[in-house]
Design a protein around this ligand. Sequence first.
Ligand code: NAD
Length: 301
Amino acid sequence: MTTVGTTVGFVGLGNMGGPMAANLAKAGYTVKVFDLVPALIAGVKGATGTSSAADAATDVDVFISMLPAGRHVDGLYLGENGVASLLKKNALVIDCSTIDPATARKVASGLAAKGITMLDAPVSGGTAGAQNGTLTFIVGGSVEGLERGRPIFQAMGANIYHAGDSGAGQIAKVCNNMLLAVLMAGTAEALALGVKNGLDPKALSEIMQKSSGGNWTLNVYNPWPGVQETSAASRGYSGGFLTDLMTKDLGLAMETAMQSQSSIPMGSLARNLFTSHATLNAAGRLDFSSIQWLFAPELKR
Ligand code: NAD
């Protein structure tokens, strides 16, 4: 598959989907975009706006979705007026949303019944990764489908992993995000402890980055305001990865654990912490690193 002549439909232009679609256009694909929020459609540089998901799905070689949760993905493809019946038979469908594995498999088999290959391809790397085209794609589905989609993934990301069959990408993503939640909560707790005992958060962050507590949140996503210029914490926790989306992912971890009778005490605690934070601090629409407020309420707006 080359970029010349390949037409891509893209639905879901939020914090992640908008910049991902723009990177496809930048790489030379013809991109047709749609979101329920009209202002987001106009904001995708180099793409052609459409007035419905149906329009964005008509006559495209590749169709990509980047939506909040399973019910949105199910509705988009298989719901009333779903795009499944509009897509070309040989189209490749890539769902990059983080959703429950059962819905990913259900939609994939609904599309397979129409001769359409679907990959679940949730991403890691945050909004910076989406903007810079450095996302990691965690792909579930056929190897043949992944190879067809490879140039598309390369236009939006830096790493592509095949996790296994349909739904496997979502399982790997759920494991990753559960670990991310635990790391973010632990990092916020450690920073608050240090500051309360007289340390400078920037100095403490540098020390822990280079010590055995070092982790991705300290490296690129520091939850304490002002420590890293580019982090969501330094812009009032706006944009980024919403607390509501993290609690959704921790709910997916709970479901996956119950189905497989796995014990996830750290994930359960993290889910309770993020859920309490969303409610107590009205933080559902803020970046998930605002969990810092639970440990350092003096930082609250
Ligand atoms: P977002 O809320 O910013 O964007 C979702 C967009 O989908 C919104 O603009 C919304 O209007 C649109 N939408 C919802 N239903 C629609 C429909 N039926 N038709 C058209 N548009 C519709 O969310 P986001 O941060 O971009 O995240 C999207 C997905 O990526 C989620 O599953 C999330 O868990 C995952 N994710 C997010 C991040 C991150 O850092 N933000 C990182 C990795 C994965």
